[in-house]
Design a protein around this ligand. Sequence first.
Ligand code: ADP
Ligand code: MG
Length: 732
Amino acid sequence: MEVTWESPVTAVGGKHAAKLARLPGIATVGDLVGTYPKQHVQKGSLSQLDELTAGDLVSFVGEVASARQFSYQDKRTRRTAYRLEVRVRAEDGALLMTYFDKAKHVADWRLQTELPVGRVGVFSGRLKWFRDEWQLTNPASRLYEEGDDAVDTMPDLIPIYSSIGGITTWQLEETIELALTLLDRVPEVLPPAVVEARDLLPTRQALRWIHRPDTRAQKAMAEKRLKYDEAFVAQCVLARRRLLVEGTVANPRPGRPGGLLDAFDARLPFALTEGQVRVGEEIAEELGRDHPMQRLLQGEVGSGKTVVSLRAMLQVVDSGGQAALLAPTEVLAQQHQRSVERMLGELAQGGMLGGSEHGTRVALLTGSLGAAARRTALAAAAGGEAGIVIGTHALLEDRVQFADLGLVVVDEQHRFGVEQRSALGAKAGTPPHVLVMTATPIPRTVAMTVFGDLDTSTLFELPAGRGEVQTTVVPIKARAAWLERAWQRVREEVAAGHQAYVVASRIDPGDDEVAAAEPVDATGEAPRVLYAVDELAPELAEGALAGLRVEVLHGRMLPEDKDRVMSAFAAGEVDVLVSTTVIEVGVDVPNATVMVILDADRFGVSQLHQLRGRIGRGGHAGLCLLVTGADPLGPSMERLLAVAGTRDGFELSRIDMEQRREGNVLGTQQSGGRAGGLKLLSVLRDEAVIADAREAAFEVLRADPALVGSPDLAAAVRRLEDSEQAEYLEMT
Ligand code: ADP
Ligand code: MG
């Protein structure tokens, strides 16, 4: 039988193919060959030891030279425990492996029989300096079977595959080797001109060398080629989607001179920043076209995105359409409604006594509305009286109808997936224009990869008169007295007429789960008792902040209570708001000048940056105190110092992504795989490759939209589109 890229793995035959075929993610021969080694180990080399330090990961191939078992008294359990010391010899030295007996009975202790003298294997573990020599403690090892030919024919660079489903690295290596020999044709996804111009290897060569290179240089060349393929296929998927949108018809919404937008601009109490003007023009122009706008607007917290989006909404209303603003939380939707109505003033009272003649109406639709209010809002949306409809997920429900939905604005996009974007879009007769806003700055390449079907606009500067926000880490493990000083600063700010936020990661002390916070490091420290809003607020009100008006806000409160507290805080009737991260996005109270974040190490870098964006908004200098009980020398402290050290959101989001690993950023957490079939490509490090592949992809698709001339590429694009991973490409 002919073995092709699309053949089932079982077509390869061999001892292990059947077992491999049962594994998730390995169905075809292509999947199998696309399972790359996680690393290559240099046979017999220990020379690297000179350059390594304790804690470094070492892998090497060697032969068991001696194995001895010792017993000792375990201090904790007071039982006899066992330790095995195995010396493994490589060509240029030997290294001690120490295995500690974790089994309860020595009868379970089989390592000694598994590691007989003379057995060859690969050992991998972290270096430790102990009793005057380097050793590896409980290293992972893979042993060659006795009499295995592989020992003699062992290449210099040994591929090490992640063990999956009980299949060893050797079994995988053998089966892949067989598949590569049997495959009569390997698909070429790149046009020959692209390969030539970039001096890339042919695919078959690249596949051989990614698995079994003779030299590191070969491996690097193979990676270069296969990385390019990944970038190119992913960009083709995005480019197709883009070209599809460009081919879709939308209602142009060019606006109207002397309309709502002009009236709004005339009453705006401030001048737009240069960025707001530039981005505003871009958007205005696109809304006037007969293709749907698909734009991502990114800008620091407080950079004035809301005003930009409101102006776009007004232009659409001026053109006879409606706009929907989708917010991630109830608090935020309510706040948007308040601030939009405030900014619009009489312009938001269309059809009402005292309202402006051009006026429109703003409707709010959230899950917690009473039946009567909901009916009114639904009617205003369906009848078209409400030019602007603001809401949460409730907007997506079937019964919500619009008279003529022309623009969908999605605020703080990272909480919405593409399905929600399109669910709203489906409520319009013709596809609406779409504006997605995010305050989490996204590095350019991530934007290109994750939002490749959106155009991007960025607001770089903050409106003038923004106060500086000073951020200070308060390490209470080292200096307990500093916490008292933090509360004193809060009292001082309130005495000066300002307000304060106190943020904790938990709602009540019994919470197992840390509300919305990400426990980022696994230092193995004993868990600390974390501050909880419900406990902290009364404590502060009676203690350190006695005499101040303290209120609580968190996600488990009734919506009307949340609204009441937020309104009171916005009105200056509350001095100190003790809350969880519900205030993270968008909340805007310019008079708040100080924020104390407790257990700051529990939050992610971007999350802290978002939180602190709540202060320093009213032209007053702000102070953000990151209180932490974390180890002063540990990794979480480093993270906090990074946040304290810069207000550059791009820089911080880069740090954040590096720490959370890219997979998680792109939403592949559950699948365990990486985004969009990316195995070698790094969206953070391979910027040049992605940008280049993007151009090449557009060029190819513009010339041949259906890819009739490139069947291999068409197949690869279809595979990616079909695979469930395709949705991660647009995951937001
Ligand atoms: P973002 O949504 O980007 O976080 P907002 O649109 O909420 O920012 O703006 C933050 C604050 O700055 C609001 O109070 C807004 O009225 C104000 N603002 C927006 N643009 C300007 C500007 N050009 N000049 C002065 N203040 C502005
Ligand atoms: Mg905002």
